[in-house]
Write a protein that binds this ligand. Structure first.
Ligand SMILES: [Zn+2]
Ligand SMILES: [Zn+2]
Length: 224
């Protein structure tokens, strides 16, 4: 299936050409399989989880790759954590623990799916007016929450989402690094994985010892 590239005003904000998306109903069997897994892990099924799963299923189709992945071919850059990220992980097979999901904490409900073999990268995000349109179309006696669940599960990709090809602005190979790469920081003595160290005047330093950490030592001893 090919998806012709069309230009759209939103492309400017997205930084690329917005793709035209399928207008038919989604493959519910595939979607619900992912949602069962994500709801079990997450503790409940919620609208953003469905959006995450829909985003991942769409990205797999557009990249021509089978999702969920059981290998490390795809890297996902999720732009928020929480419910959306769980849906993305379940449907894509990309997880923090597999090193195939990274959090880019922009607070945006969006994710970029990278085929690390070809370098092709596809960013997917929900349409800005989505919630307003769901509320406008819901039956009067239906609760908003249920309306979001229903719409996100049944509406077409074109009604829910936008997608654009993007170019990555960082060194993908350096981010992925290589299995087994490790050094010991000469300052803190802790092991550093994935080539996250720097060498200064012949000494290996972890990022915390080189540039400062997100925490500082405390003298508090209570509760320990
Ligand atoms: Zn949730
Ligand atoms: Zn260190």
């Amino acid at each position: 299936m090919s998806h012709p590239v069309t230009s759209h005003p939103a492309a400017v904000a997205a930084g690329g050409s917005v793709l035209s998306l399928p207008q038919g109903p989604p493959d519910l069997l595939r979607l619900d399989t992912a949602l069962q897994q994500s709801a079990a892990l997450h503790g409940h099924l919620c609208p953003r989880q469905i959006l995450g799963a829909r985003s991942a299923v769409l990205a797999g189709d557009l990249l021509g790759l089978d999702f969920p992945r059981t290998d490390k071919r795809v890297l996902v850059l999720a732009e928020t954590d929480g419910c959306y990220a769980d849906g993305v992980s379940a449907a894509s097979g990309c997880w923090l623990g597999r090193r195939t999901l990274r959090l880019m904490d922009y607070g945006r409900v969006a994710a970029t799916f990278v085929d690390t073999r070809t370098g092709r990268a596809l960013r997917v995000w929900p349409r800005t007016d989505l919630r307003e349109r769901v509320r406008a179309q819901k039956p009067p006696d239906q609760k908003r929450y249920q309306a979001y669940l229903d719409a996100y599960r049944h509406w077409s990709d074109a009604e829910l989402l936008r997608a654009a090809e993007v170019e990555l602005d960082f060194d993908l190979a350096a981010l992925i690094s290589q299995a087994g790469a490790r050094e010991v920081c000469s300052h803190c003595g802790e092991e550093v994985l994935n080539e996250r160290w720097s060498v200064r005047q012949g000494r290996v330093l972890c990022p915390a010892c080189l540039g400062g950490a997100y925490y500082r030592p405390t003298s508090r001893q209570d509760n320990l």
